[in-house]
Design a protein around this ligand. Sequence first.
Ligand SMILES: Cc1ncc(COP(=O)(O)O)c(C=O)c1O
Length: 523
Amino acid sequence: MSRLDLSKNLSTIAKRARAPATSASNVYTAPGSNFSARVKLGMQPWSHSLPIFIPRDAKAPSRMEDVSAAHWDEKWSVEQIRNATSANVMLTWAPSKAKHGLPIITHGEGVYLYTSDNEKLLDWTSQAVCNNLGYTIPTAIKSAVATQLDAVPFVYGGLGLTEVRARLSSLVSEILPPGLTGCLFPSSGSEANEAAISMARRFTGRTKVLSMYRSYHGATANGAAATGDFRRWFQPSQGDYVKVQGPHNILAKLNGESEQEKVVNCLTMLEEQILYEGPSSIACMILESIPGAAGCLTYPDGYLQGIRALADKYNFLIISDEVMMGWGRTGTTWGFQHYTDSSGLGFVPDIVTSAKGLSAGVLPVSMVACSDELLSFFEENSPGYGSTYSNHPVALAAAYETVKHVLEHNVVDKVAAIAPSFRQNMEWLVERHPSILQSRSVGLFGCLDTVKPSGEIPQHGHEGRCDAFSTYLGAMRAEGLIGLCRPPLIHVAPPLVISEEELADGFMRHSRALEVLDRELGF
Ligand SMILES: Cc1ncc(COP(=O)(O)O)c(C=O)c1O
């Protein structure tokens, strides 16, 4: 908020605070406020008046008859929903006035969402890349949730164990590479990274955290500080976070004749950074194995392996943030499996965090898994992290059945099978639309880079969305698509259960919406 806005807000608050003072009986005079001693001896304090306390209406109803009867109506009209939204709903990230343009989602089925305006919208980004199973939730998941609610809805993780917590921990450790055996389950991706960073610091006794500029790791203190994109700027900057430039040719042209040479140059630069930071101060490096919000960036062969080697040399830990890419999104269970050779040997982190696809968005739950070494260290030491709803049994029941569903129905293999057709369609958009510079995709996750006729970037991520993209988003909706667009990037990530026909239909709709973007950007 600018200084100007702030002073405007403060003066409104002050006016409100002064208003009731007209009623003398309302005024409470703080003890000592009449005190006005005039003493010559310099040892006495100055005469001083404390501010006057203005009582405010502190009534908070506790009975049904004191709140609106409409809360007991079975259904609300669109007008009631819009009115209550106008009055009370706030958005996260975006300024809240954007809420007025949001659709009212009434229900979902398959890969479609339905709105109060009778629109049928194909979900083109699985919401925030989390509703991997779409909207027809498998019966097993729904009944696991109901069964857990009946058995015991909540157990505080420090006071008791539950069967589902033991089962999910055991299943997750079987799904991770050997040696990653310890598990805890917070509620969001941000919290998982919060826990992971705290664990890395406590385990190593060091404080510095390396991370990539092109990354997002969450909105909480450590997650935000580790984040490289502009969302970090919303929080005060924290010391002990060091940002690294990845090996991607996005704006800068990296030096090196071959990919291999570029990788070696980038790793050498990173090692130099480590040496200048002081290797003994570095607790961990946190990275997305495939940066998602940053634009579906895969690392060139050898880069993550090189980071593993540096971590081993200087004894810091690697946290792989699989919050967006975990659980099959990329055609493998984990994103980091893309850096493996044909014999299955490759890059393995010390800590893995995940969320989103873990419960396919059904209930909020995330995961931190760690190596045997960390597991035994934390037998004797606190991870320095906890929250009331960590290991929530109902959320774990949803996660456990989701993971089992993904295994039983070969969801990961199906994503790998449909991935080539997804990639072809992404490339088709590049060919057809001058406003699309290039595409990248892995599994069912893809990103389009937009471009102006001059060859420049239409806008940077931190800049407010320009009119061209707002008009394009309107065209998406008119074409029956709902999805995320963070200019200059356009993400495509439909639910993992999408069929070939639905995919082809989605790309046709997307292409028609992109015709609008072509025009709006001046092609
Ligand atoms: C890679 C990554 N890490 C962490 C987060 C934060 O997760 P959450 O929004 O559940 O807190 C996200 C969210 O998009 C993410 O994509």
